[in-house]
Design a protein around this ligand. Structure first.
Ligand code: AMP
Length: 117
């Protein structure tokens, strides 16, 4: 399912070009257009799911795929890998794109000053 006005759905359908860093059955990974760390990737489900609480039982495989994808992305980092995996859910939590995604960040300790994406 996709939403015609959703920017991530447009990226998934390739209506808007955005090179894929990685891809699996249910996920794509792209670079964040406004990076907050030297590595700032977005892990995005291919179906339009607004937030984490909207995942249905049929889509539960996304959760395991997310962990597998995270491990795969970590293989590209200096070892031992250090990273943050963050999902903003709802406008009040800072979600600006209403299509579920996880920020994969590395190369900066986001807790060293104040927590800020
Ligand atoms: P959030 O604010 O948690 O919803 O995160 C949305 C993220 O999407 C932000 O970090 C934006 O910089 C990023 N973003 C928005 N549009 C694009 C785009 N066309 N390509 C890549 N990243 C994008």
């Amino acid at each position: 399912m996709s939403e015609t006005s959703c920017i991530f759905c447009k990226i998934i359908s390739e209506e808007i070009p955005s090179p894929r860093v990685a891809e699996s059955s249910n996920l794509i990974v792209i670079k964040d257009i406004n990076p907050k760390a030297s590595t700032h990737l977005l892990i995005i489900p291919k179906t339009h799911i607004p937030t984490m609480i909207d995942i249905s039982q049929d889509e539960k495989g996304i959760a395991w795929e997310l962990f597998e994808m995270t491990k795969q992305l970590c293989e590209q980092l200096p070892q031992p890998a250090s990273f943050n995996l963050i999902s903003n859910n709802g406008v009040g939590a800072g979600q600006s794109v209403p299509h579920l995604h996880w920020h994969f960040l590395s190369g900066k300790n986001i807790y060293s000053d104040k927590f800020q994406l």
